[in-house]
Write a protein that binds this ligand. Structure first.
Ligand SMILES: [Zn+2]
Ligand SMILES: [Zn+2]
Length: 239
């Protein structure tokens, strides 16, 4: 089965200083890769190299389309604790079109138990302002996959399959495979994303797509495999 991905919903720009492309360069790279949309999702303000909250508030000044590519105003918010609080609260969240929530060691630390991670995710996925669970296959933040993915299907939260994780978060691949199988079982939407930190990694999704192929993942559950499906999801999520 060949998948066609039309949007890359997770990437960083120079607004997070450990990334190296401008918004314009990321959009141009997406156009070259044949995508119709991207989400710019720089790190929420609690991360060490994150932009100031004004970065997110002022994204409304960006054109909606750059280089023929729809550019969604996004954020990768940091999950702060087992209560599922995030630093999305530091920005004007109603202006954000695409909100990813993720665990990052510099913010969440490395002390969370499986039970705490499970509780955090259960809270996060009930938050109507949060669209997607970011790179949740990270073995440092193991959670009860069966329980959380079943709930994500119910609450309609997208589960990310993050291609970049396979390189930077050891052990993610097998976990993501388990997570993908559970998404298929419970009917949860996934989004296949690059988490690009340079223009050259936009739409780099090969390993993730091959893994989805191996588990025979249904294309209808890939929210970013169809532009209308993606728009409809985003519209319903904010209702
Ligand atoms: Zn991240
Ligand atoms: Zn990221």
């Amino acid at each position: 089965m060949g998948y066609s991905i039309i949007a890359d919903m997770h990437m960083h720009t120079i607004a997070s200083s450990h990334a190296y492309g401008t918004v314009k360069e990321m959009a141009e790279a997406a156009q070259l890769a044949g995508l119709c949309a991207i989400a710019i999702t720089d790190h929420g303000p609690r991360m060490e190299d994150a932009p100031h909250p004004w970065h997110f508030d002022n994204m409304t000044t960006l054109p909606r389309e750059i280089a023929g590519v729809r550019v969604f105003r996004g954020i990768e918010a940091n999950i702060l604790n087992a209560a599922g609080e995030t630093d999305l609260e530091d920005v004007r969240k109603e202006r954000m079109e695409w909100v990813v929530a993720s665990f990052h060691p510099p913010v969440a630390g490395l002390h969370m138990t499986e039970e705490e991670c499970t509780n955090a995710w259960l809270k996060v996925i009930q938050n109507p302002h949060i669209d997607m669970m970011g790179h949740s296959g990270d073995p440092r933040y193991k959670y009860d996959y069966e329980r959380v993915i079943r709930e994500a299907a119910h609450s309609g939260t997208v589960v990310e399959i993050n291609n970049g994780s396979f390189k930077v978060r050891a052990g993610s691949y097998e976990n993501c495979k388990t997570i993908a199988q559970l998404c298929k079982k419970y009917g949860a939407y996934i989004s296949v994303d690059s988490d690009a930190h340079t223009p050259w990694r936009v739409a780099a999704l090969d390993e993730a797509l091959q893994m989805l192929n191996e588990v025979n993942f249904p294309s209808e559950l890939i929210v970013n495999a169809d532009f209308n499906r993606l728009l409809k999801y985003m519209e319903n999520r904010r209702k």
